[in-house]
Design a protein around this ligand. Structure first.
Ligand code: 4AD
Ligand code: MG
Length: 463
């Protein structure tokens, strides 16, 4: 007898097959006619399968009638057509093996719906709920779609280091990695002597794989990274994690326009794959979480993204007549309220802003001829705001060195990065997509902590 998934067993084509199903009980109902309905779920899809368990099963009284939510079982039997609502098939049990009980007095996931805040305290149990099962399947679909998108376009998947000595974003939000004794670090002239540390220098968890991706792009053409990223920003928002996953494509010979087109195609592909492959889960999100998610995803697929220089975006905001918590004027970084106004209210769709003031962007972005703006781009989408950040990179050695000095970085520390401009420099571009932001966008989940299995945020690292 083959073991098949609940998803497979729900397909009417399996009617007549004798199979084994393995999973966790969601509910048990006893009929007066002397048999029980046991619904099981195995995570392969949102829906359960119903098993009809007759009183003549050997363990009917001793075990089957004691099953409750959370018990783990193997049910063997024949798949039959079902007359029940919302299901084409059901299984008529020939045997029920109980692997583990879940005391209904103690098991927290009973009929009562718990808040997402409460479920965060039970990160070890929440994947057993409908919402977190659905989020996990959508997350998996998006990851698969990301790899396919790049592989089909001949990008190489490269692995960049998690521990690094260089600060890519220059924002000083890095976690330090050290084996020094924090109680009594070695000192030299009163300062901690990192020459005695594991890597002989201050080292950190990476905030971005971009600088290393540039090394590979300027040798192999088109590459992408997909890995964990760490930021020690103490911002307790619904869109920031201390540990998140980022996808960073980097392309030799791409200018900013090519970069924007790739980003747009990329997001469209993710949205259309989610719509096609996660129909059942997306229906659930649309009904239970946010009734605009399906329409928003369809819009991403069908509409052209607006492309607007930062300078014009500031004008739109100034003319909006809205009172923002943070005032806007040329030269200030846009806050999420501004980004959301642009994409949700003004343009009612995805917007790519570009050519930002050089003072608010990192050293590596290509300087425009106006000497005030750089070839940066941010992709903004409704509900989430910034989902992608990227740029064309500065490929001129002298300009890059000058920009580093302006930002008080020591060019000597980046000698290898400068070498890429010394030897066969090329125009090149890339961007970073935050995986959890795109999952938030697709599912409508309002808090980023609920789209990653084990969220790392200030003060929270249990599990
Ligand atoms: O805009 P960011 O900081 O860009 C970079 O790191 C570039 N080096 C990328 C590149 O050009 N290769 O981050 C990129 C994206 C953001 O748009 C956002 O989606 C996500 O990463 N992100 C975060 N997601 C969750 N929690 C955080 N703390 C995040 N910080 C950035
Ligand atoms: Mg950014």
């Amino acid at each position: 007898m083959d073991t098949i998934s609940v998803a497979a067993a729900r397909d009417p084509q399996t009617v007549g097959q004798r199979v084994k199903l393995q999973g966790w009980v969601r509910t048990r109902r006893d009929s007066k006619a002397g048999f029980s309905f046991v619904e099981i779920n195995d995570g392969s899809c949102m829906a359960n399968i119903q098993a009809i368990c007759d009183a003549d099963l050997a363990n009917y009284e001793s075990e089957v009638k004691k099953l409750s939510a959370g018990c783990s079982v193997t049910i063997a039997g024949e798949i039959k057509e079902s007359g029940g609502k919302g299901q084409a098939t059901e299984v008529h049990a020939e045997s029920v093996t109980v692997h583990g009980w879940a005391d209904p007095q103690e098991y927290p996931l009973q009929k009562k719906r718990h808040s997402f805040e409460k479920l965060r305290e039970w990160a070890h149990l929440r994947p057993r709920t409908n919402t977190f099962g659905a989020v996990s399947r959508v997350r998996n679909c998006i990851c698969n779609s990301i790899h396919q998108f790049f592989q089909e376009r001949e990008f190489l998947y490269v692995h960049t280091p998690i521990i690094t000595a260089s600060d890519c974003e220059g924002a000083g939000e890095m976690f330090k990695v050290t084996t020094l004794d924090l109680e009594q670090p070695p000192r030299e002239n009163g300062r901690v002597d990192y020459a005695q540390d594991f890597f002989d220098r201050p080292s950190y968890l990476t905030v971005s794989g971009q600088l290393e991706a540039e090394i590979y792009a300027t040798a192999l053409g088109k590459v992408y990274t997909f890995g964990p990223t760490f930021r020690a920003e103490n911002s307790n928002t619904s869109r920031h994690l201390a540990e998140f996953w980022m996808i960073e494509p980097e392309m030799a010979f791409y200018e900013l326009d090519d970069n924007m087109s790739l980003a747009e195609e990329f997001l469209k592909r993710i949205a259309s794959d989610v719509l096609v492959k996660c129909g059942e889960d997306m229906e659930f999100f649309n009904q239970r979480i946010d009734d605009t998610v399906l329409a928003t995803l369809e819009k991403i697929v069908d509409s052209e993204f607006v492309r607007l220089p930062y300078t014009e975006a500031v004008e739109v905001l100034e003319k909006s007549g809205k009172t923002f918590e943070y005032p806007v004027n040329w030269g200030t970084d846009l806050q999420s309220e501004h980004e959301r106004y642009l994409t949700e209210e003004h343009f009612e769709g995805p917007v790519i802003l570009f050519d930002y003031p050089k003072t608010i962007k990192p050293f590596y972005m290509k300087l425009n001829d106006d000497d005030r703006t750089v070839r940066a781009m941010d992709v903004l989408v409704p509900r989430v705001g910034e989902i992608i950040g990227g740029s064309q990179r500065e490929d001129r050695l002298d300009v890059l060195e000058a920009r580093m000095k302006e930002q008080e970085l020591n060019p000597d520390d980046y000698w290898w990065y400068l070498d890429l401009r010394r030897f066969g420099t090329v125009p090149h571009s890339g961007f970073g997509l935050g995986l959890e932001r795109v999952i938030q966008f697709a599912t409508g989940m309002t808090n980023i902590r609920d789209v990653i299995p084990f969220p790392r945020t200030p003060g929270s690292a249990e599990f």
